[in-house]
Every structure is written in C-alpha cells, then in structure tokens.
Design a protein around this ligand. Sequence first.
Ligand code: NDP
Ligand code: OXD
Length: 311
Amino acid sequence: MSRALLFAAAGERAEPWTKAFAEIAPEIDFRLYAAGEAPSDAPYCLAWKATSGIWPKLRKLKVIFCLGAGVDRLLSDPDLPQGVPLVRMVEPELTRGMVEYVLWQCLYHHRKVWELEAAQSCATWRPHTYPAPWDRTIGIMGLGELGTAAAAKLVEFGFKVRGWSRSPKSLPKVESFHGTDQLPAFLAATEILVCLLPLTAETRGILDASLFAQLPRGASVINPARGGHLVEADLSAAMASGQVAAATLDVFETEPLPADHPFWSTERLYITPHNASITDPRSAAWRIARQIARFEAGEGLENVVDRARGY
Ligand code: NDP
Ligand code: OXD
C-alpha cells in the first residue's frame, strides 16, 4: 500500500513538517498539496483547517490526521468525508506545552501579578500577600489528555484541584465532578477556572453570564480551549461588575483578534495569540508514522474522533 501523506493544513508552515518527516519517518511519502492540483491517490492526509475543495479530490483517502488536538474546524466542514477515520493530535510536546501554559497562568492569577505590576509602575513598595496553594481552588473544565495532565501538575504544586468532565473520573487528589447536574457544585468553589473542553454543540457558549455568576466573586477565568466556548460580551460584563476579576484568553471567535476589539484594552484581561501549546512536528511525525504502520498492519488507530460526540 502507498504510504503517501498529503499535507493540506492551510495557514500552517510546511517546511518544519517536510523536514520532520524526512528525518524521522523517511518511509512516509510526504507530499504538499497545492490548491488547484489534480486528484491525488494519497491514502493519508494531514489537515488542520483544510483547504476548500480538497476532499472530493482525495478519492483513495483512508485516514485523516488532524494537526491539532481540537477537531472542531475540520468537523464543521460539510465536505469532510464521512466514512474516513479522523485521528486527532495527541503528542507529549503538545501536552507539555499546555501544562506549562496552565501552570504559568494559574500562578499569575494566584499571585495576582497585576497588583505587583501596578505597584512597580508607580515605584511603590506595597506589601502583597496571597494564600497558600492549598487554600486556592483551581477548577479545570475538561479532564481529557490536556486537562488531566494540567491537573496533575497543579496538584504537584499543592493547589486544591477539581475537575469537570462528561463521564466520572477518578484522578489522584483531584475532586471530580461530571455532567450538567454537577456543574454548579464544581463552579461554586472554583477561584481560578481553566477551560480545556473541546468545542462541540454542547460546549459552545458554555463560558457565559450564568456560569460566571456561579463562580465565587472575584474569580479568574483562563481559556486556552476555543474562542467559541466564550460569550465575549458576558465576560466583559462580568469583568466590569467585578464578578470576574481577571482573565487570560488564548483563543477567540475571530483570530487574529481584530485590532479594534475591546478585549485589547480591558484591564486585567491578558491575551496570548493562540499559542498556549503548539504541535511539535518532530514528535507528531513519529506518532503519525507509527499510526500508519499500525493501520497497515491491521491494528486499530489511536485517538480516533467520535464524530457523533464531536471530540
Ligand atoms: P480530550 O478530548 O482529551 O478531552 C476533552 C475533555 O472534555 C474530556 O474530559 C471530556 O469528558 C470533556 N468534555 C467534552 N464534552 C463535555 C461536556 N459536554 N461536558 C463536560 N465535559 C465534557 O481533549 P484534549 O484535552 O486533548 O484537548 C482539549 C481542547 O484543548 C481541544 O479540543 C482544543 O480545543 C484545545 N487546545 C488548545 C490549544 C491551544 O494552543 N490553545 C492546544 C491544544 C488543544 P470525558 O472525559 O467524559 O469524555
Ligand atoms: C489544537 C490547537 O487544537 O493548537 O491543537 O488549538
């Protein structure tokens, strides 16, 4: 069977991927897709926001690999072939990067660094205290690959960690909640909320006024998941009233965030440019090549998306 893998990840730089496959998985016939190209016989495709018009051209397609962990963009494409397995990205560097981001931002909000910055800006030596981590509750929405790893790191730092997922979980030193019924109890004590949910029909707009109102007053919100989780106007209102004291957003409904967006000038709202974590081509190439080998040997693929569930 051909081992041709077509790179069709619009907006992503192809060079690091070409280099990674050449070095790490030379057995893969790594090809770049050019718009307007004739139909391809490649059985494998590596996609992100797929180039429009590509799918009907891939008549021998057997597996679609998503370049990222979140598959919402691909699933929203009505032309995405139905019967072809879609494999999402799970690789240790992507997980490590997200753990680093969540830890960095949780510590920033835990220590209320903005108060130190304000004091420094007027050359003032202002006493500044903060609770011990075991007196600070961090709640993670989504206890999948990334949420579980982030929770474990926060536990290691001594925080009180709780998590919310669809199905019940049992993780060391993490108080677990699941399902819509347990969401209010999860939120009630969450001082720093981290969203690591996939964007699905059920989770779109979940970070809204009613959710913010259930957090303790003065909570922080950190969203490195997807912009579609957040109702932007509701966050602005919650921050204006002081219900949410501060927020960090990595992802937005419109990316890049337009220059005239009010978030840019909202006090205590911190913006990162959708770089909480980045798939590492070398680590990913190794994993994709291993998946292709498994598939060709008749073994099951890993991390196949359940299209009905949306993640
Ligand atoms: P997983 O699929 O491994 O985990 C998803 C988690 O969310 C699971 O615990 C799942 O519950 C839970 N969940 C899904 N739907 C619901 C629901 N309706 N109610 C409650 N819980 C729900 O995803 P990952 O951890 O790998 O990734 C999470 C997201 O992070 C990605 O989809 C992507 O959007 C985002 N991301 C952002 C990056 C960035 O740079 N900003 C980088 C990488 C990812 P259960 O376990 O019960 O199924
Ligand atoms: C992802 C992302 O989903 O980078 O992997 O957003």
